[in-house]
Design a protein around this ligand. Structure first.
Ligand SMILES: Cc1cc2nc3c(=O)[nH]c(=O)nc-3n(C[C@H](O)[C@H](O)[C@H](O)COP(=O)(O)OP(=O)(O)OC[C@H]3O[C@@H](n4cnc5c(N)ncnc54)[C@H](O)[C@@H]3O)c2cc1C
Length: 389
């Protein structure tokens, strides 16, 4: 039995804690915030995430509040024409072995947190910010911003896109500002006219912008997110934004979508960031996971799914015979590097080529999509959605 510290108690950190503790190790999770909580709105979970959640023993609890949607729909944001539909019904579920579902982030986080609290091998410490680490002859010393260092056999940096563990380990500076601004809001479904309630993820693609909406919280709420590639240079997070400002930014949105957008209240704005893929996320007995290792834009809806896959593999590898933890972490890095880099690239590609093209490029996209059958679309996402860890 070994002792691990995890820096960061987000989705990735808690999932890693569960996975490692389930192999009989002890885990201490250090979270800089005063409480363990996940803010924000909706999140899409593909079958690869449900495979991972099942392996962590929380799949049933997450499914209980998830909305299993019937399709991913891409529409022209101005004309309302359908550009492509990926059906997510029985055939998709049979092929991928699990549903594609949408949840409120809290409905993913709460089961992970509950399972961590129930596990006697896991200690959760809120209000402890990690500042860095030192190698010791027998392990690693985790240095908090204040308070006593924590000795461990291994450190997992799950501290997100601005990870301090990554700063020390990779040293590649602040994340890349994408230049994409996203406004998000959540609406009670009671406020949505029945004719505007869709059991799908609907994505309205405009020139240099797109609008996404889907139901969450067992269908009791509607998640709205509208993004523009506006070249914003400064990262911002959850800034309250006037409804009128959001509406005025998208004057040529199709009427159906515009009526949905107009329902939004309490809008908040983010300018999104990512990082180019790097090959190495280990330093002896220190390793990165989730957004600390491979942050990506949201366009493939896979960042959290990848963090869950990471967590399962990390636990599995710590159970395999190996000369030591540094070697197990290196094996984890080697097994995850190509897949996560491909997902980072796919997210960029989808934003550029599917959601935001303009003029001739948009026409070319429409022609290609018109020639694809539902089976072709399923084949296209298979490498992402079919993965079983
Ligand atoms: C707009 C948007 C939409 C998205 N939609 C989807 C989607 O549909 N599907 C999907 O799979 N993914 C989606 N993602 C990506 C997903 O949100 C992330 O990939 C996922 O949350 C990463 O989890 P994480 O635990 O690695 O990092 P984080 O969620 O960032 O958690 C890091 C944790 O570490 C803590 N922390 C930070 N620094 C320290 C420190 N020094 N010491 C201690 N604790 C620290 C933080 O407080 C936080 O709790 C989306 C992202 C965005 C921005």
């Amino acid at each position: 039995m070994a002792e691990f510290v995890i820096a960061g108690g987000g989705i990735g950190g808690l999932a890693a804690a569960l996975s490692i503790a389930r192999q009989g190790h002890r885990v201490e999770v250090l979270e800089r915030n005063d409480t363990f909580a996940e803010l924000g709105a909706g999140i899409q979970l593909a079958p690869n995430a449900f495979h991972a959640l099942d392996r962590l023993g929380v799949g049933a609890r997450v499914r209980a509040a998830a909305v299993q949607i019937d399709a991913l729909r891409l529409l022209d944001a101005r004309s309302g024409d359908s550009l492509a539909t990926l059906p997510l019904g029985p055939e998709y579920r049979r092929r991928f072995g699990n549903p594609y579902a949408v949840v409120h982030r809290g409905d993913l986080y709460a089961p992970l947190l509950e399972a961590c609290r129930e596990h006697e091998g896991i200690v959760l410490r809120a209000g402890v910010a990690v500042a860095g680490y030192e190698h010791t002859p027998s392990g690693v010393r985790v240095l908090p911003v204040s308070g006593m260092p924590v000795e461990a056999d291994g450190l997992i940096g799950a501290d997100g896109i601005r990870s301090v563990v990554r700063t020390q380990l990779v040293g590649d500076g602040p994340p890349r500002v994408s230049g994409h601004t996203i406004h998000r809001a959540v609406v009670p479904m009671d406020h949505v006219p029945p004719a505007l309630r869709f059991d799908s993820v609907c994505l309205w693609a405009g020139p240099g912008w797109h609008f996404v909406h889907y139901p969450i919280t067992s269908g009791r709420k509607l998640n709205l997110a509208i993004t523009r590639d506006d070249g914003a240079r400064v990262a911002v997070s959850a800034v309250p934004t006037d409804r009128e400002q959001v509406l005025a930014g998208f004057p040529d949105l199709h009427d159906t979508a515009r009526r949905l957008l107009a329902l939004g209240r309490g809008w908040r704005t983010w300018v999104l960031c990512d990082r180019p893929a790097v090959a190495t996320w280990t330093d002896g007995r220190v390793v990165l996971t989730g957004d600390a290792a491979h942050p990506m834009l949201q366009y493939a809806a896979q960042g959290a799914c990848m963090a869950l896959e990471d967590a399962v593999l990390l636990g599995d590898l710590l159970d395999r015979p190996s000369p030591g933890i540094a070697e197990q972490f290196a094996a984890f890095n080697a097994e995850r590097r190509d897949r996560t880099a491909r997902a980072q690239e796919a997210a960029l590609w989808m934003g550029r080529n599917l959601y935001h093209p303009q003029g001739d490029e948009a026409e070319a996209r429409d022609k290609i999509l018109a020639g694809l059958s539902p089976g072709d679309l399923m084949d296209a996402v298979s490498w992402l959605h079919a993965h079983r860890c």
